[in-house]
Design a protein around this ligand. Structure first.
Ligand SMILES: Nc1ncnc2c1ncn2[C@@H]1O[C@H](COP(=O)(O)OP(=O)(O)OP(=O)(O)O)[C@@H](O)[C@H]1O
Ligand SMILES: [Mg+2]
Length: 425
């Protein structure tokens, strides 16, 4: 992995010079000109090294060093100053700096210090991996993010079911994380060291699916050139994930139930109820809007590191749009939106202009179809305009599942004057 270095120096010329020198050594460098800006960057991105100047307007480099060291004790900090004195050096080390250099510095010295600081960081990371259970900076995809009450319920079910052999039915709209949860169940189960085999039931024809699941003997149909193990056999001792199982034929569903029942020695009519099916229902993203900022920052960190682009923050206005959008494609759609925004962005902060059009214009609000619209206006007597509007807004609010800001922009889209809609909402 390419090391990511943050440089804070109010002298832009020297900042640029260090950045170029380090970039030519193959490092990824982000420059800022104040201690506050450095802190802001650290909030959103994981760096491997901070190089900070002592004298800067606002917060001094030493003050920033103290705060950064407290918050991110594993991050090496190199303090530099043009006004070097033994006192400053001592103070810098006391505040937690890894090392101290005085300006003007010789390049060999700079490279040497950076190499040592990064080596320490690497060691630190290795030992963290072995000891700490949780990484503060989820930098990998595949980690489950979310602290909202419905997600906590999901985690509890996963924890309860993972140690058992029960069949788990994972339900949820597209992109809500069904596969991620299936893998999490496997990883937390006693089967974790055995295979996790996924079969996309929705994408296969019935014959192929049948042979995928149960295997076949050579010559049993055209194209069966060799014996093939089915996934149930392949996943022996592990976990079998039957993705998109809702799409398979009733005939195949019956065969699956039967297979399981045989395995359990239960050959009874009321199979389904004996199958011990535990259900995990994944909430759509719009019902856990509290998690949107967490997820957005998670994807921002990942895609900015992955693409080598130092996009470190999301502007408030952009975050508001992300939080009020309806996300019909759920987390996958949010992930793509952030990935695309990072790729397009010219600045270290994502702004509304970087977001996909649907999000900017809050396009995904469902409006009453003609049938429900007819019911909407089915008043016994001629209603007042006020009554019609009131019923309409109530309906929009219901469709947006209580999300007021989404309803508000939906009303605005449909030309219901804002002051009026806002009074009602
Ligand atoms: N809670 C979460 N935290 C972080 N990333 C998530 C979370 N849930 C889903 N994702 C990410 O969103 C994407 C879609 O997730 P996944 O493929 O598991 O969804 P799915 O429900 O199986 O979707 P589909 O119904 O379309 O198959 C993946 O990249 C996944 O890593
Ligand atoms: Mg899936």
């Amino acid at each position: 992995m390419i090391a990511h270095i943050l440089i804070a120096d109010d002298d832009e010329v020297s900042c640029q010079f260090f950045a170029e020198t380090l970039e030519s050594e193959g490092f990824r460098v982000q420059q800022v000109t104040s201690g506050d800006a450095a802190l802001a960057c650290l909030e959103n991105t994981t760096y491997d090294l901070l190089i900070i100047d002592v004298r800067m307007p606002g917060m001094s480099g030493l003050e920033a060093t103290r705060i950064v060291h407290e918050k991110y004790p594993a991050l090496p900090i190199v303090v530099m100053t043009a006004f070097g004195s033994i006192e400053t050096a001592v103070e810098a080390i006391h505040e937690g700096a890894f090392d101290f250099i005085s300006k003007p510095m010789n390049l060999a010295e700079l490279k040497n210090i950076v190499a040592r600081a990064l080596a320490q960081r690497l060691l630190q990371r290795r030992s963290e991996k072995n000891t700490a259970a949780e990484d503060d900076y989820p930098s990998q995809l595949g980690k489950i993010i979310g602290k909202s009450p419905p997600m906590l319920e999901v985690y509890k079910t996963v924890a309860r079911v993972a140690p058992t052999k029960s069949t788990v039915l994972i339900l949820g709209e597209s992109g809500t994380g069904k596969e991620l949860i299936a893998r999490a169940i496997h990883e937390h189960s006693p089967r974790a060291n055995h295979p996790f085999v996924a079969v996309d039931c929705g994408a296969l024809t019935e014959t192929i699916l049948e042979s995928e699941l149960f295997g076949h003997m050579r010559g049993s149909f055209t194209g069966a050139v060799a014996d093939k193990k089915g996934v149930f056999e392949e996943a022996q001792g592990g976990t079998c994930f039957l993705d998109e199982i809702g799409g398979i034929s009733p005939n195949m569903q019956a065969r699956l139930l039967l297979a399981e029942a045989v395995a359990k020695g239960q050959f009874r009519q009321d199979l389904y109820y004996r199958l011990d099916v535990v259900t995990v229902q994944l909430p759509p993203l719009r019902q856990r809007a509290d998690d949107i900022p967490l997820l957005a920052h998670h994807f921002l960190r990942y895609y900015s590191q992955d693409g080598g682009k130092p996009v470190t923050a999301i502007a408030d206005k952009a975050m508001e749009l992300l939080c009020s959008y309806r996300w019909p494609g759920n987390i996958r759609e949010l992930e793509h939106a952030i990935e695309q925004a990072v790729a397009l962005s010219y600045q270290p902060i994502l702004t509304p202009e970087d977001l996909p059009l649907e999000v900017r214009e809050q396009k995904a609000h469902r409006f009453p179809s003609n049938a429900t619209a007819a019911a909407l206006f089915n008043f016994p007597d001629t209603p007042s305009l006020e009554e019609v509007k009131k019923r309409y807004v109530g309906h929009v609010l219901q469709l947006a599942e209580g999300n007021v800001s989404a309803s508000f922009s939906a009303c605005a889209d449909k030309m219901i004057e804002n002051p009026w809609a806002s009074a009602l909402l």
